[in-house]
Design a protein around this ligand. Structure first.
Ligand code: PLP
Length: 445
Protein backbone atom coordinates (compact mmCIF):
# COMPACT_ATOMS: atom_id res chain seq x y z
CA UNK A 1 0.00 0.00 0.00
CA UNK A 2 1.57 3.32 -1.07
CA UNK A 3 -0.50 5.56 1.12
CA UNK A 4 -2.34 4.97 4.38
CA UNK A 5 -4.72 7.17 6.34
CA UNK A 6 -4.86 4.74 9.21
CA UNK A 7 -3.24 5.66 12.53
CA UNK A 8 -1.37 2.49 13.52
CA UNK A 9 0.48 1.78 16.76
CA UNK A 10 3.87 2.76 15.25
CA UNK A 11 3.36 5.42 12.64
CA UNK A 12 6.63 4.82 10.80
CA UNK A 13 6.47 1.01 10.76
CA UNK A 14 5.44 -1.20 7.85
CA UNK A 15 2.74 -3.65 8.88
CA UNK A 16 2.02 -6.77 6.84
CA UNK A 17 -1.50 -6.74 5.40
CA UNK A 18 -3.43 -9.75 6.67
CA UNK A 19 -5.56 -11.61 4.18
CA UNK A 20 -7.22 -14.46 6.08
CA UNK A 21 -6.91 -16.80 9.03
CA UNK A 22 -7.62 -20.49 9.60
CA UNK A 23 -7.26 -22.14 12.99
CA UNK A 24 -3.98 -21.10 14.62
CA UNK A 25 -2.55 -19.72 11.35
CA UNK A 26 -2.84 -16.30 9.69
CA UNK A 27 -1.84 -15.51 6.11
CA UNK A 28 -0.80 -12.10 4.76
CA UNK A 29 -1.40 -10.80 1.24
CA UNK A 30 2.12 -11.91 0.23
CA UNK A 31 1.14 -15.46 1.18
CA UNK A 32 3.34 -15.55 4.30
CA UNK A 33 2.06 -17.88 7.04
CA UNK A 34 2.12 -16.89 10.73
CA UNK A 35 1.49 -19.24 13.63
CA UNK A 36 -0.55 -17.09 15.99
CA UNK A 37 1.08 -18.05 19.30
CA UNK A 38 -0.36 -14.99 21.03
CA UNK A 39 -3.98 -15.34 19.84
CA UNK A 40 -3.51 -11.75 18.64
CA UNK A 41 -3.62 -10.01 22.01
CA UNK A 42 -4.59 -13.20 23.92
CA UNK A 43 -7.99 -12.88 22.29
CA UNK A 44 -8.49 -15.35 19.42
CA UNK A 45 -9.06 -18.17 21.90
CA UNK A 46 -10.79 -20.56 19.48
CA UNK A 47 -8.61 -19.73 16.48
CA UNK A 48 -9.44 -17.96 13.25
CA UNK A 49 -12.15 -18.55 10.65
CA UNK A 50 -14.40 -20.84 12.72
CA UNK A 51 -17.47 -21.56 10.57
CA UNK A 52 -19.97 -21.88 13.46
CA UNK A 53 -19.18 -18.36 14.65
CA UNK A 54 -19.43 -16.88 11.17
CA UNK A 55 -22.76 -18.66 10.78
CA UNK A 56 -24.05 -17.27 14.11
CA UNK A 57 -23.02 -13.73 13.04
CA UNK A 58 -24.87 -14.17 9.79
CA UNK A 59 -28.02 -15.52 11.43
CA UNK A 60 -28.15 -12.66 13.95
CA UNK A 61 -27.43 -10.03 11.27
CA UNK A 62 -30.36 -11.38 9.23
CA UNK A 63 -32.64 -10.73 12.26
CA UNK A 64 -31.32 -7.49 13.77
CA UNK A 65 -27.82 -6.17 14.46
CA UNK A 66 -28.56 -3.29 16.80
CA UNK A 67 -31.14 -2.31 19.35
CA UNK A 68 -30.61 0.29 22.01
CA UNK A 69 -30.43 -1.23 25.48
CA UNK A 70 -32.65 1.45 27.09
CA UNK A 71 -35.45 0.59 24.62
CA UNK A 72 -35.15 -3.17 24.12
CA UNK A 73 -33.51 -6.31 25.32
CA UNK A 74 -32.69 -9.09 22.84
CA UNK A 75 -32.76 -12.86 22.78
CA UNK A 76 -29.02 -12.91 22.16
CA UNK A 77 -28.18 -10.72 25.18
CA UNK A 78 -30.56 -12.63 27.49
CA UNK A 79 -29.25 -16.04 26.40
CA UNK A 80 -25.63 -14.92 26.77
CA UNK A 81 -26.19 -13.57 30.29
CA UNK A 82 -27.84 -16.86 31.27
CA UNK A 83 -25.07 -18.93 29.69
CA UNK A 84 -22.37 -16.97 31.53
CA UNK A 85 -24.23 -17.27 34.84
CA UNK A 86 -24.42 -21.05 34.33
CA UNK A 87 -20.78 -21.31 33.33
CA UNK A 88 -19.31 -19.13 36.08
CA UNK A 89 -18.93 -20.63 39.52
CA UNK A 90 -20.77 -19.41 42.64
CA UNK A 91 -23.37 -16.66 42.52
CA UNK A 92 -21.81 -14.58 39.73
CA UNK A 93 -25.21 -14.33 38.09
CA UNK A 94 -25.40 -10.83 36.61
CA UNK A 95 -23.78 -9.58 33.41
CA UNK A 96 -23.40 -5.95 32.38
CA UNK A 97 -22.20 -5.99 28.76
CA UNK A 98 -19.74 -3.47 27.36
CA UNK A 99 -17.36 -3.42 24.40
CA UNK A 100 -13.78 -3.61 25.67
CA UNK A 101 -11.77 -4.85 28.62
CA UNK A 102 -11.09 -1.27 29.72
CA UNK A 103 -14.83 -0.58 29.85
CA UNK A 104 -15.31 -3.82 31.80
CA UNK A 105 -12.80 -2.96 34.54
CA UNK A 106 -14.02 0.63 34.71
CA UNK A 107 -17.63 -0.57 35.00
CA UNK A 108 -16.53 -3.02 37.72
CA UNK A 109 -14.96 -0.11 39.60
CA UNK A 110 -18.13 1.97 39.31
CA UNK A 111 -20.35 -0.90 40.44
CA UNK A 112 -18.10 -1.43 43.49
CA UNK A 113 -18.38 2.25 44.44
CA UNK A 114 -22.14 2.25 43.80
CA UNK A 115 -22.56 -0.85 45.97
CA UNK A 116 -21.19 1.03 48.99
CA UNK A 117 -23.21 4.15 48.14
CA UNK A 118 -26.42 2.09 48.07
CA UNK A 119 -25.53 0.97 51.59
CA UNK A 120 -25.18 4.60 52.63
CA UNK A 121 -21.36 4.61 52.72
CA UNK A 122 -20.11 7.44 50.53
CA UNK A 123 -16.42 7.47 51.50
CA UNK A 124 -15.44 4.14 49.96
CA UNK A 125 -14.22 5.31 46.56
CA UNK A 126 -10.60 4.16 46.17
CA UNK A 127 -9.64 0.97 44.35
CA UNK A 128 -6.35 -0.62 45.39
CA UNK A 129 -4.29 -2.51 42.84
CA UNK A 130 -0.75 -3.81 42.28
CA UNK A 131 2.44 -2.74 40.60
CA UNK A 132 2.87 -4.60 37.31
CA UNK A 133 -0.81 -4.63 36.51
CA UNK A 134 -2.75 -3.53 33.46
CA UNK A 135 -6.48 -2.96 33.74
CA UNK A 136 -7.05 -0.91 30.60
CA UNK A 137 -6.38 2.29 28.73
CA UNK A 138 -9.32 4.57 29.67
CA UNK A 139 -8.59 7.01 32.49
CA UNK A 140 -10.49 5.09 35.20
CA UNK A 141 -8.91 1.80 34.15
CA UNK A 142 -5.46 3.42 33.93
CA UNK A 143 -5.97 4.88 37.41
CA UNK A 144 -6.22 1.30 38.68
CA UNK A 145 -3.21 0.13 36.61
CA UNK A 146 0.30 -0.11 37.99
CA UNK A 147 1.70 -0.06 34.45
CA UNK A 148 4.12 2.84 34.73
CA UNK A 149 4.82 3.03 30.99
CA UNK A 150 1.18 3.44 29.97
CA UNK A 151 0.37 5.87 32.82
CA UNK A 152 3.30 8.24 32.30
CA UNK A 153 1.75 10.79 29.89
CA UNK A 154 -1.52 11.07 31.79
CA UNK A 155 -0.39 11.20 35.41
CA UNK A 156 -2.10 14.57 36.14
CA UNK A 157 -5.44 13.13 35.01
CA UNK A 158 -5.23 9.88 36.95
CA UNK A 159 -6.36 8.99 40.44
CA UNK A 160 -3.33 8.10 42.51
CA UNK A 161 -4.77 4.82 43.83
CA UNK A 162 -2.39 2.96 46.15
CA UNK A 163 -0.63 -0.14 44.83
CA UNK A 164 0.96 -3.16 46.51
CA UNK A 165 3.67 -5.53 45.30
CA UNK A 166 2.57 -8.40 43.03
CA UNK A 167 3.45 -12.05 43.80
CA UNK A 168 6.47 -11.86 41.51
CA UNK A 169 8.33 -14.86 42.94
CA UNK A 170 11.10 -14.83 40.31
CA UNK A 171 12.16 -11.46 41.71
CA UNK A 172 10.57 -11.51 45.15
CA UNK A 173 10.06 -7.92 46.33
CA UNK A 174 11.13 -9.12 49.80
CA UNK A 175 14.08 -11.18 48.53
CA UNK A 176 12.64 -14.40 49.95
CA UNK A 177 12.05 -17.89 48.60
CA UNK A 178 8.42 -18.73 47.59
CA UNK A 179 8.11 -21.66 50.01
CA UNK A 180 9.42 -19.71 52.95
CA UNK A 181 8.15 -16.17 52.48
CA UNK A 182 5.08 -15.99 54.71
CA UNK A 183 3.27 -14.42 51.75
CA UNK A 184 4.50 -10.96 52.71
CA UNK A 185 3.32 -9.52 49.37
CA UNK A 186 -0.25 -10.61 50.14
CA UNK A 187 -0.11 -9.32 53.73
CA UNK A 188 1.19 -5.99 52.41
CA UNK A 189 -2.41 -5.37 51.30
CA UNK A 190 -3.53 -5.21 54.92
CA UNK A 191 -0.74 -2.78 55.81
CA UNK A 192 -1.83 -0.45 53.02
CA UNK A 193 -5.51 -0.78 53.99
CA UNK A 194 -4.61 0.23 57.56
CA UNK A 195 -2.65 3.24 56.27
CA UNK A 196 -5.39 4.47 53.90
CA UNK A 197 -8.32 3.41 56.07
CA UNK A 198 -10.79 0.69 55.01
CA UNK A 199 -13.52 3.36 55.14
CA UNK A 200 -11.99 4.93 52.03
CA UNK A 201 -11.53 1.77 49.97
CA UNK A 202 -14.23 0.26 47.75
CA UNK A 203 -12.30 -2.62 46.23
CA UNK A 204 -9.04 -4.36 45.42
CA UNK A 205 -8.51 -5.35 41.78
CA UNK A 206 -6.08 -7.99 40.50
CA UNK A 207 -5.41 -10.07 37.41
CA UNK A 208 -5.39 -13.71 38.64
CA UNK A 209 -2.38 -14.34 36.37
CA UNK A 210 -0.62 -11.11 35.41
CA UNK A 211 -0.56 -10.75 31.64
CA UNK A 212 0.96 -7.95 29.59
CA UNK A 213 2.36 -6.13 32.61
CA UNK A 214 4.56 -9.01 33.69
CA UNK A 215 4.45 -12.07 31.43
CA UNK A 216 2.16 -14.67 33.05
CA UNK A 217 3.17 -13.99 36.64
CA UNK A 218 1.39 -16.71 38.59
CA UNK A 219 0.83 -16.53 42.35
CA UNK A 220 1.84 -19.27 44.77
CA UNK A 221 -0.86 -21.54 46.18
CA UNK A 222 -2.26 -19.55 49.10
CA UNK A 223 -1.88 -16.02 47.73
CA UNK A 224 -5.50 -15.43 46.72
CA UNK A 225 -6.89 -17.17 49.80
CA UNK A 226 -4.98 -14.65 51.95
CA UNK A 227 -5.95 -11.71 49.71
CA UNK A 228 -9.64 -12.64 49.88
CA UNK A 229 -9.51 -13.06 53.66
CA UNK A 230 -7.95 -9.59 54.00
CA UNK A 231 -10.60 -8.10 51.68
CA UNK A 232 -13.46 -9.77 53.61
CA UNK A 233 -12.06 -8.80 57.00
CA UNK A 234 -11.87 -5.14 55.92
CA UNK A 235 -15.15 -4.91 53.97
CA UNK A 236 -13.39 -4.42 50.67
CA UNK A 237 -14.73 -5.98 47.46
CA UNK A 238 -12.48 -8.20 45.36
CA UNK A 239 -12.57 -7.49 41.61
CA UNK A 240 -10.92 -10.18 39.48
CA UNK A 241 -9.71 -8.76 36.19
CA UNK A 242 -10.18 -11.85 34.01
CA UNK A 243 -10.11 -9.91 30.75
CA UNK A 244 -7.12 -11.99 29.63
CA UNK A 245 -7.70 -15.17 31.63
CA UNK A 246 -11.44 -15.45 31.16
CA UNK A 247 -13.19 -18.19 29.22
CA UNK A 248 -10.74 -21.00 29.78
CA UNK A 249 -7.29 -19.56 29.12
CA UNK A 250 -5.71 -21.06 32.25
CA UNK A 251 -7.64 -24.35 32.12
CA UNK A 252 -10.76 -23.33 34.06
CA UNK A 253 -13.60 -21.11 32.93
CA UNK A 254 -12.35 -18.35 35.23
CA UNK A 255 -8.78 -18.41 36.50
CA UNK A 256 -9.97 -17.64 40.05
CA UNK A 257 -11.40 -21.16 40.19
CA UNK A 258 -7.81 -22.46 40.23
CA UNK A 259 -7.45 -21.11 43.76
CA UNK A 260 -11.06 -21.62 44.81
CA UNK A 261 -11.53 -17.90 45.31
CA UNK A 262 -14.86 -16.20 44.79
CA UNK A 263 -14.62 -12.66 43.44
CA UNK A 264 -17.41 -10.13 44.01
CA UNK A 265 -17.11 -8.73 40.50
CA UNK A 266 -15.28 -10.11 37.46
CA UNK A 267 -14.15 -8.13 34.41
CA UNK A 268 -14.30 -10.16 31.19
CA UNK A 269 -13.26 -9.21 27.66
CA UNK A 270 -10.93 -10.48 24.94
CA UNK A 271 -11.84 -14.24 24.81
CA UNK A 272 -15.55 -13.46 25.22
CA UNK A 273 -15.86 -12.55 21.58
CA UNK A 274 -12.63 -14.39 20.72
CA UNK A 275 -11.85 -11.59 18.25
CA UNK A 276 -15.02 -12.14 16.18
CA UNK A 277 -16.80 -9.15 17.74
CA UNK A 278 -16.04 -6.52 20.38
CA UNK A 279 -17.70 -7.58 23.61
CA UNK A 280 -16.79 -7.51 27.29
CA UNK A 281 -18.62 -7.62 30.59
CA UNK A 282 -18.68 -6.86 34.27
CA UNK A 283 -19.97 -10.03 35.91
CA UNK A 284 -21.52 -9.32 39.29
CA UNK A 285 -22.53 -11.55 42.20
CA UNK A 286 -26.04 -11.73 43.71
CA UNK A 287 -24.69 -10.25 46.92
CA UNK A 288 -23.36 -7.12 45.20
CA UNK A 289 -26.50 -6.65 43.09
CA UNK A 290 -28.85 -6.98 46.06
CA UNK A 291 -28.55 -3.41 47.50
CA UNK A 292 -28.65 -2.01 43.95
CA UNK A 293 -31.90 -3.88 43.26
CA UNK A 294 -33.43 -2.60 46.46
CA UNK A 295 -31.85 0.86 46.06
CA UNK A 296 -31.57 2.94 42.91
CA UNK A 297 -32.39 -0.10 40.66
CA UNK A 298 -30.01 0.99 37.94
CA UNK A 299 -26.27 0.88 37.36
CA UNK A 300 -24.92 4.29 36.54
CA UNK A 301 -22.90 3.27 33.47
CA UNK A 302 -23.42 1.99 29.94
CA UNK A 303 -22.57 2.62 26.32
CA UNK A 304 -24.56 2.94 23.11
CA UNK A 305 -23.33 -0.46 22.01
CA UNK A 306 -23.69 -2.21 25.39
CA UNK A 307 -25.44 -5.59 24.98
CA UNK A 308 -25.31 -5.23 21.21
CA UNK A 309 -27.23 -8.25 19.81
CA UNK A 310 -24.65 -8.94 17.12
CA UNK A 311 -21.79 -9.09 19.64
CA UNK A 312 -23.88 -11.07 22.12
CA UNK A 313 -24.77 -13.65 19.45
CA UNK A 314 -21.07 -14.05 18.67
CA UNK A 315 -20.11 -14.46 22.31
CA UNK A 316 -22.88 -17.00 22.84
CA UNK A 317 -21.66 -18.97 19.82
CA UNK A 318 -18.08 -18.83 21.16
CA UNK A 319 -19.20 -20.22 24.54
CA UNK A 320 -21.24 -22.95 22.87
CA UNK A 321 -18.28 -23.85 20.64
CA UNK A 322 -15.97 -24.08 23.66
CA UNK A 323 -18.45 -26.34 25.44
CA UNK A 324 -19.33 -28.52 22.44
CA UNK A 325 -15.72 -29.18 21.58
CA UNK A 326 -14.68 -29.85 25.17
CA UNK A 327 -11.94 -27.23 24.83
CA UNK A 328 -11.34 -26.17 28.44
CA UNK A 329 -10.64 -29.63 29.94
CA UNK A 330 -7.78 -30.06 27.43
CA UNK A 331 -6.08 -26.74 28.14
CA UNK A 332 -4.09 -27.98 31.11
CA UNK A 333 -2.44 -30.93 29.34
CA UNK A 334 -1.68 -28.84 26.24
CA UNK A 335 -0.20 -26.15 28.51
CA UNK A 336 2.00 -28.65 30.32
CA UNK A 337 3.17 -30.08 26.98
CA UNK A 338 4.10 -26.61 25.71
CA UNK A 339 5.64 -25.47 28.99
CA UNK A 340 7.88 -28.56 29.22
CA UNK A 341 9.17 -27.84 25.74
CA UNK A 342 9.88 -24.22 26.66
CA UNK A 343 11.66 -25.35 29.84
CA UNK A 344 13.84 -27.61 27.67
CA UNK A 345 14.85 -24.56 25.63
CA UNK A 346 16.06 -22.94 28.85
CA UNK A 347 19.00 -25.37 29.02
CA UNK A 348 20.04 -24.46 25.46
CA UNK A 349 19.49 -20.72 25.78
CA UNK A 350 20.64 -19.52 29.18
CA UNK A 351 19.21 -16.06 28.59
CA UNK A 352 15.75 -17.57 29.24
CA UNK A 353 15.61 -16.74 32.94
CA UNK A 354 12.14 -17.96 33.81
CA UNK A 355 9.35 -19.99 32.22
CA UNK A 356 6.03 -19.56 34.04
CA UNK A 357 2.28 -19.42 33.71
CA UNK A 358 -0.81 -21.59 33.84
CA UNK A 359 -2.67 -23.53 31.17
CA UNK A 360 -2.09 -21.88 27.81
CA UNK A 361 -1.05 -18.54 29.30
CA UNK A 362 2.71 -18.93 29.46
CA UNK A 363 5.42 -16.35 29.93
CA UNK A 364 9.18 -16.25 29.47
CA UNK A 365 11.45 -13.70 31.11
CA UNK A 366 14.85 -13.02 29.60
CA UNK A 367 18.02 -12.17 31.52
CA UNK A 368 21.59 -11.24 30.68
CA UNK A 369 22.87 -13.63 33.33
CA UNK A 370 20.68 -16.47 34.58
CA UNK A 371 22.63 -16.86 37.82
CA UNK A 372 22.37 -13.25 38.95
CA UNK A 373 19.06 -12.66 37.06
CA UNK A 374 20.55 -9.40 35.81
CA UNK A 375 18.09 -8.01 33.24
CA UNK A 376 19.06 -6.55 29.88
CA UNK A 377 18.97 -2.76 29.79
CA UNK A 378 15.66 -1.43 28.47
CA UNK A 379 17.68 0.56 25.89
CA UNK A 380 18.76 -2.77 24.36
CA UNK A 381 15.14 -3.34 23.29
CA UNK A 382 15.28 -7.12 23.59
CA UNK A 383 11.53 -7.69 23.78
CA UNK A 384 11.04 -5.86 20.49
CA UNK A 385 13.90 -7.81 18.89
CA UNK A 386 12.25 -11.04 19.98
CA UNK A 387 8.84 -10.06 18.67
CA UNK A 388 10.33 -8.98 15.34
CA UNK A 389 12.66 -11.98 15.08
CA UNK A 390 9.74 -14.33 15.74
CA UNK A 391 7.57 -12.58 13.18
CA UNK A 392 10.31 -13.12 10.57
CA UNK A 393 10.04 -16.85 11.37
CA UNK A 394 6.26 -16.67 10.94
CA UNK A 395 5.54 -16.73 14.68
CA UNK A 396 3.45 -14.24 16.65
CA UNK A 397 4.30 -13.76 20.33
CA UNK A 398 3.19 -10.99 22.70
CA UNK A 399 5.38 -8.38 24.43
CA UNK A 400 5.13 -8.31 28.18
CA UNK A 401 8.44 -6.71 29.06
CA UNK A 402 10.43 -3.67 27.96
CA UNK A 403 9.99 -1.51 30.99
CA UNK A 404 7.00 -3.33 32.38
CA UNK A 405 8.93 -6.06 34.19
CA UNK A 406 10.42 -3.62 36.68
CA UNK A 407 12.19 -0.66 35.10
CA UNK A 408 14.40 -2.81 32.91
CA UNK A 409 13.35 -6.29 32.00
CA UNK A 410 12.08 -8.31 29.10
CA UNK A 411 9.32 -10.88 28.91
CA UNK A 412 6.96 -12.33 26.33
CA UNK A 413 3.65 -14.15 26.52
CA UNK A 414 3.06 -17.33 24.58
CA UNK A 415 -0.68 -17.96 24.56
CA UNK A 416 -1.90 -19.67 21.38
CA UNK A 417 -5.57 -20.39 20.65
CA UNK A 418 -6.90 -23.00 23.09
CA UNK A 419 -7.74 -25.15 20.08
CA UNK A 420 -4.06 -25.65 19.18
CA UNK A 421 -3.07 -29.28 18.58
CA UNK A 422 0.11 -30.97 19.86
CA UNK A 423 1.48 -31.07 16.32
CA UNK A 424 0.91 -27.31 16.07
CA UNK A 425 2.61 -26.83 19.46
CA UNK A 426 5.64 -28.67 18.00
CA UNK A 427 5.56 -26.26 15.05
CA UNK A 428 5.32 -23.30 17.47
CA UNK A 429 8.34 -24.45 19.49
CA UNK A 430 10.35 -25.15 16.32
CA UNK A 431 9.73 -21.60 15.06
CA UNK A 432 10.54 -20.14 18.48
CA UNK A 433 13.78 -22.12 18.81
CA UNK A 434 14.85 -20.97 15.34
CA UNK A 435 14.11 -17.36 16.34
CA UNK A 436 16.33 -17.67 19.42
CA UNK A 437 19.09 -19.42 17.45
CA UNK A 438 19.18 -16.69 14.80
CA UNK A 439 19.15 -13.86 17.36
CA UNK A 440 21.94 -15.56 19.31
CA UNK A 441 24.02 -16.21 16.13
CA UNK A 442 23.69 -12.58 15.10
CA UNK A 443 24.61 -11.50 18.66
CA UNK A 444 21.26 -9.72 18.87
CA UNK A 445 20.60 -11.25 22.25
N1 PLP B 1 -7.41 -5.98 31.65
C1 PLP B 1 -6.45 -6.83 31.26
C2 PLP B 1 -5.95 -7.86 32.22
C3 PLP B 1 -5.92 -6.75 29.98
O1 PLP B 1 -4.95 -7.60 29.61
C4 PLP B 1 -6.41 -5.77 29.09
C5 PLP B 1 -5.85 -5.63 27.74
O2 PLP B 1 -4.80 -6.11 27.42
C6 PLP B 1 -7.43 -4.91 29.54
C7 PLP B 1 -7.91 -5.04 30.82
C8 PLP B 1 -7.98 -3.86 28.63
O3 PLP B 1 -8.73 -4.48 27.63
P1 PLP B 1 -9.03 -3.72 26.24
O4 PLP B 1 -7.72 -3.58 25.53
O5 PLP B 1 -10.00 -4.61 25.55
O6 PLP B 1 -9.61 -2.40 26.59
Amino acid sequence: MDRSNLIKPMLDAQYPVIDYGRGVYLYDTDGKEYLDASSGAITANIGHGVEEIIEAMHEQAKKVSFVYRSQFTSGAAEKLALKIAEAASGDLNWSFFVNSGSEATETAMKIAIQYWQEKGILTKTKVLSRWMSYHGITLGALSMSGHTGRRARFIPLLEDFPVVHPPYCYRCPYNLEPTDCGYLCAHELETVIKRIGADNIAAFIAEPVIGAAGGAITPPKDYYRIIKEICDRNDILFIADEVMTGFGRTGTMLACEQWNVKPDIVALGKGMGAGYAPIAAALVSDEIMEPIFSGSKSIMSGHTLSANPQSCAVSLAVLEYIEKNNIIPEVDSKGVYLKNKLIKLQSKFTFIGDVRGKGLMLGLEFVKDHLTKQPFSSRFGLTQRLIQGAQEQGLLIYPAGAGTVGTDGDAVLIAPPLTITKREIDDLVKRFEKTLQILAQKHLI
